[in-house]
Design a protein around this ligand. Structure first.
Ligand code: HEM
Length: 166
């Protein structure tokens, strides 16, 4: 097995840790209730934050696919590791885009009287479902990173942190 996975590039690392920070911030500062959107400044902030987060993840996806390379998992790692890593990465992208899109649709539903019934309540339910799923995926993602650090010792964690494998 490759003991020293090639590091991710500066751009991929920067976007990864910036987006990790924004996700953390989003969870800490997120709204508790849709009625908080009655404050126009807050509504505007939430919409701007959602668009910025969605754009960052879009850039990140395009960057890793076109230039940076999506994974540093060694080619000869077991098939189940390739499968699990791919599923969790796809799940993380899907949940971020899901959170952003349902969040923007909540803002639209809130601001448009004709959409304030079933449309708004289904978007809130969908938003909450994805917000609950993402921490589970992040738990699997971080557990995977630690698995590579402690068990495989193949440099996959270090490919994103920049430190040398121990
Ligand atoms: C302590 C927290 C975190 C650690 C230790 C960590 C670690 C890593 C590592 C080692 C990789 C490279 C995996 C590979 O090359 O196959 C990676 C990639 C990735 N991480 Fe994280 N990560 C963390 C937080 C997050 C957060 C908050 C997100 C947000 C959704 C995230 C989303 C991703 C995605 C989508 C990839 C795939 C490559 C890419 O598109 O950038 N990670 N992470």
């Amino acid at each position: 097995m490759d003991q020293n996975a090639r590091p991710h590039g500066f751009v991929t690392k920067s976007i990864h840790w910036l987006s990790a920070g924004l996700i953390g911030y989003g969870y800490l500062k997120g709204l508790d209730n849709v009625s908080q959107l009655a404050d126009p400044a807050l509504l505007q902030f939430e919409v701007t934050f959602a668009i910025a987060l969605g754009a960052l993840f879009l850039v990140r996806l395009l960057w890793t696919q076109q230039f940076g390379g999506p994974t540093r998992l060694p080619q000869d790692a077991p098939k189940w590791e390739h499968f699990a890593s791919r599923m969790v990465h796809i799940g993380l992208y899907a949940s971020v885009f899901g959170i952003v899109i349902t969040g923007l649709l909540i803002a639209l539903g809130y601001a448009t009287p004709v959409l304030s019934g079933l449309f708004l309540s289904s978007m809130i339910a969908a938003h909450e479902t994805v917000l609950t799923a993402m921490p589970l995926l992040l738990f699997a993602h971080i557990a995977g990173a630690l698995w590579h650090k402690v068990v495989r010792r193949d440099g996959v964690l270090e490919s994103m942190t920049g430190s040398l494998p121990v």
